[in-house]
Design a binder for this molecule. Structure first.
Ligand code: SF4
Length: 109
């Protein structure tokens, strides 16, 4: 299942962590929600492949620890989403479609 590109309408913003918005529901360690707004990563789909970290030309992503999550115990957090240049490389390379980028969304909070 891919990230829901309409998460802004379908989810509630419940928190801020590592500098980006958290879109619920969140029930750690199994359910971590979607992180970021302009650049959004569904932490419950991310399996820590790392292609987004390697390919992003402006280093938007940073690893964060998510111990106990069933898919992976680290996740690619869009910490620097305000630097995104909308090249869409991360969207293309993610093997599980965990990332959605939309310059029309609000971005960093
Ligand atoms: S769209 Fe491009 S610049 Fe933006 S986060 Fe993805 S790889 Fe980085």
């Amino acid at each position: 299942m891919a990230i829901d590109p309409s998460f802004e309408q379908n989810r509630e913003k419940v928190d801020e962590e590592h500098g980006v918005a958290v879109w619920g529901p969140v029930d750690p360690p199994e359910n971590l929600g979607i992180r970021g707004t302009h650049v959004a990563v569904d932490f419950d789909i991310c399996l820590a492949d790392g292609a987004c970290l390697e390919d992003c030309p402006v280093d938007v992503f940073e690893w964060v620890d998510t111990p106990g999550h069933p898919e992976s115990e680290i996740k690619a957090n869009p910490t620097n989403e305000d630097q995104c240049i909308d090249c869409m490389l991360c969207v293309d390379v993610c093997p599980v479609d965990a990332i959605d980028v939309d310059p029309g969304r609000a971005g960093r909070i």
